[in-house]
Design a protein around this ligand. Structure first.
Ligand code: SF4
Ligand code: SF4
Ligand code: SF4
Length: 187
């Protein structure tokens, strides 16, 4: 396990699939270590906070390729200089996800896309006009009034349809859950 960058820990095993965002997972574990850090040494007390900020910047869609280098550099610094096991292992989730799922990090910073469809700031809800029948159920349930009917005659579609204003949408997913025709998807 050490060879692949892992430790036994408390003996738990978590199984994940393509619906888990690896950047988000790294953020989850970092939040735990930031909370647990006793604050005695600077690399762990301040370093893990800076790591978390960088991860948040990436999941907010504001990250750059340079941030990935900064992440890695900071991880190795913390591992080498933290006083105890907590700080020395805190960067492991970042390093191992960067090592095995770098393509996901790159999708977040270059394409501004979360391949797993988890990071809210990078999500876009879209209506498939060929599946939509214009029933209006999504529109009635949208808490942000972000959905409106389209002029289907003008757009050349046979059936009425709706469209989502990305500037108003708060990415709650209610519309997708309410569409019985599976006409809304997140990208
Ligand atoms: S590495 Fe250990 S000693 Fe240093 S702040 Fe973190 S928990 Fe405290
Ligand atoms: S609920 Fe589905 S079918 Fe009905 S208007 Fe919305 S997207 Fe179209
Ligand atoms: S995701 Fe939520 S806010 Fe956005 S259009 Fe759908 S229901 Fe409205």
């Amino acid at each position: 396990m050490a060879a692949i960058g892992s430790i036994v820990g408390s003996g738990g095993l978590i199984v994940m699939d393509e619906d888990n965002c690896m950047v988000d997972i790294a953020k989850f574990f970092l939040k735990f270590t930031v909370d647990e850090s006793c604050g005695k040494c600077t690399p762990c007390r301040i370093g893990t906070k800076r790591l978390l900020e960088l991860l948040e910047k990436i999941t907010d869609g504001k990250g750059t390729l340079e941030d990935l280098d900064k992440l890695e550099e900071l991880c190795y610094y913390i591992k080498a200089n933290a006083l105890c096991g907590l700080g020395q292992t805190a960067p492991n989730p970042v390093l191992s996800t960067l090592r095995y799922f770098r393509d996901e990090y790159v999708a977040h910073v270059v394409e501004k896309r979360c391949p797993a469809g988890v990071c809210k700031h990078l999500l876009r809800f879209v209506v498939d006009k060929d599946k939509c029948i214009g029933c209006g159920m999504c529109m009635r349930n949208c808490p942000a009034s972000a959905i409106s009917k389209t002029d289907y005659i003008a757009t050349g579609h046979k059936l009425p349809s709706v469209e989502i204003d990305p500037n108003k949408c708060v990415k709650c997913g209610v519309c997708m859950d309410n569409c019985r025709f599976k006409a809304i998807s997140k990208q």
